[in-house]
Design a protein around this ligand. Structure first.
Ligand SMILES: [Zn+2]
Length: 206
């Protein structure tokens, strides 16, 4: 048995009961001016890994900090969200990577192969690859989300940290977002951190 708390199945009455308990005992509405007048100025960009819990691990209060997550906590695929966050007032992005991340255990090629072995339509990634633009235009469904689908294969193939250390990955992402992307406002800060899965402690890299 894993040393984790049990989780209510989705969907289930237990899940609804747990939510009802939260809603009646803990929830504080943040609607209207009380929320929109107090947008967090900080955002944590981190991995989707369920072992990462920024609010608990960083002692964040409700509404303190925006949290942006994806596989590996990479910044390249969340640039529109980064821009939206700046519009809402975020002026510090805290990039938080973690040890034992899936980025060390998995490659983009493995993700593509796994997808092809399980997908209802194993050719969809290839058809929407940037290399086969003319074919994809004739897909049923017209151009709805076509722009989003194009290039997914190429993007997912870049997944994985290779032989890089976690420190190098953090530095690479901070440098990209802060210097190379050209998307940060003059006053926006970007810092890079690592959470150690063994100790639960974070340390700043840059
Ligand atoms: Zn991870």
């Amino acid at each position: 048995m894993p040393p984790y708390p049990t989780t209510a199945p989705v969907p289930s009455q237990e899940l609804l009961d747990r939510n009802a308990k939260y809603a009646s005992e803990s929830h504080k509405p943040k609607l209207g001016q009380a929320h929109w007048g107090n947008i967090p100025h900080h955002a944590v960009v981190t991995c989707m890994d369920s072992r990462i819990n920024p609010h608990e691990q960083l002692g964040l209060g409700i509404n303190d900090t925006a949290v942006i997550r994806n596989a590996g906590g990479g910044v390249a695929e969340i640039l529109p969200t980064i821009l939206a966050a700046q519009k809402f007032g975020v002026r510090h992005f805290m990039l938080l990577k973690h040890t034992d991340c899936g980025g060390f255990h998995l490659t983009g090629t493995e993700i593509v192969e796994h997808f092809k072995a399980h997908a209802k339509d194993s050719g969809v990634l290839d058809r929407y690859s940037t290399e086969s633009e003319s074919e994809s235009n004739s897909e049923p469904g017209g151009d709805l989300y076509l722009k989003e689908l194009k290039g997914v294969k190429d993007k997912v193939k870049e997944f994985g940290f290779g032989t890089a250390t976690i420190e190098e990955i953090v530095l690479r992402d901070v440098e990209f977002l802060k210097e190379k992307s050209g998307l940060m406002f003059e006053e926006t800060e970007v810092s890079g951190w690592v959470l150690d899965d063994e100790t639960g402690k974070i340390r700043q890299i840059v």
